[in-house]
Every structure is written in structure tokens, then in C-alpha cells.
Write a protein that binds this ligand. Structure first.
Ligand SMILES: [Fe+2]
Length: 226
């Protein structure tokens, strides 16, 4: 190199590309491309992206890619359940955004208890609620991290039941006790007999459950440790 040669890249366009890439990584505080793929891979069939605040939080926490993929599939299923509920039970008042946020964050405590991504355990539930509260999430939205496996607890709302159901049916797991609780809420709101509500819900859950193989493949494509 002579003294006349520039030290920086003389191609402004190329220089800008390098800069933008680094700026993006800096903004989200990660260099974990596997996590970025888990969050932003469109999926086949398509899997909806997480709400932007959740996306940003998972990046800031450097969440395990497997967790990000799991939250995406459960959030996608929750979206389908919400649409079904709105269509078939328009008389039922519920907070659709809370359900979607709850599904998108329900297992976030596994950032702290990563062993529970591949093994049993419930320590992530309260840890998740505390983690969300510590990051400024309102208690009524942070609650799902603590309630998604507690559908018989007093004070459980229909939003909690929808998140819990999404967290089962994504892998085509059916839990009669949980579904009966959801049916009871829908029946009470509509005045329809429970058996009629159940037949329609059962059909919807079967249809959603049919996509389980693709969702399991999507999730397991991402490692527990990024
Ligand atoms: Fe889950």
C-alpha cells in the first residue's frame, strides 16, 4: 500500500452496506444469526411473526433459538384460535391482543431456565412473569407466563384458556379438562348448549392440529443453544 491509497473502502455503496449490517446487529444487541432466523424465517407453511415488542425483547435477551421458534408456532396457533373465536362467538368479549401477546411470551421464563426447553419443569412460569414485569410489561399481560399451565386456578380468564389451548394444540395435543373449561365459557356467553359448542371447537382444533407435523419440524430445526 502506498501513502496515497485510502484506508477505508472507496466504494460508498459497499461501505454503507457494511455499516448498515453492523448497525442492525448493534441495535438489537446480538450477533446470533440463528436467533434472527428463528424469529424472521417466513416458514413453510408461513408462520406469523411475533409482535414487534416481543421480537425486540427476545433479541435483547439473546433468547435460545428453539424458544423463539416455539413462541412463534404457539403465537401462530393462538392467532388461528382467536380468529375462530371471533367468527363463531362474536358475543364473547375478550382481549385478542392480550391472547396474542400471552402466546408470544408464555414460555419466556425458559430464557432463565433453559433446561426446561428440553426437559420437564415449571420454574420458568413464575420466572417468566417476573422477567416480563422487570422489562416494563404490564401485569395483565405478564400474567400469561405464569398461568399457561394453570387453567384450573381461580381467577383464570378466557384469554388464559385460549393461550393454554394454543400451547397444547400446536402439537396436536388435546386436553379434555382444558377444552371443557373453554367450552363452558363459550357456552355461557352464547347460550348455545355445551355439546354444540364442543362439536364446533373440536372440528377447529382438529383442523389446527393437522398442521402439527410442520410446526414440530419448524421448531426442532432450531437449537436449544444458539
Ligand atoms: Fe409452550
Amino acid at each position: 500500500m502506498t501513502a496515497a491509497e485510502p484506508l477505508s473502502n472507496p466504494d460508498p455503496a459497499s461501505e454503507r452496506r457494511v455499516y448498515d449490517h453492523r448497525a442492525a446487529d448493534y441495535r438489537v444487541g446480538v450477533t446470533n444469526t440463528t436467533l434472527l432466523r428463528a424469529l424472521h424465517d417466513p416458514g413453510d407453511p408461513p408462520c406469523r411473526p411475533l409482535p414487534t415488542p416481543v421480537d425486540d425483547l427476545l433479541l435483547a435477551l439473546a433468547a435460545p433459538p428453539r424458544l423463539a421458534a416455539h413462541l412463534r408456532v404457539v403465537h401462530d396457533v393462538a392467532h388461528q384460535l382467536v380468529m375462530w373465536t371471533e367468527q363463531h362467538h362474536p358475543e364473547l368479549p375478550f382481549d385478542r391482543e392480550a391472547v396474542l401477546f400471552g402466546a408470544a411470551t408464555h414460555d419466556i421464563g425458559k430464557v432463565v431456565h433453559a433446561a426446561e426447553l428440553s426437559g420437564p419443569g415449571s420454574a420458568h412460569e413464575e420466572a417468566g412473569r417476573e422477567l416480563l414485569l422487570a422489562h416494563g410489561v404490564r401485569p395483565e399481560l405478564a400474567r400469561f407466563a405464569g398461568t399457561h399451565a394453570a387453567w384450573t386456578d381461580p381467577g383464570i380468564q378466557v384469554e388464559d384458556l385460549l393461550v393454554s389451548t394454543a400451547d397444547k394444540v400446536w402439537k396436536n395435543k388435546r386436553v379434555p379438562e382444558l377444552e371443557n373449561l373453554l367450552v363452558a365459557r363459550l357456552s355461557a356467553a352464547s347460550g348455545q348448549p355445551a355439546w354444540e359448542v364442543f362439536l364446533a371447537l373440536d372440528e377447529a382444533l382438529e383442523r389446527i392440529g393437522d398442521g402439527a407435523t410442520h410446526r414440530l419440524a419448524f421448531q426442532s430445526a432450531y437449537p436449544v443453544h444458539g
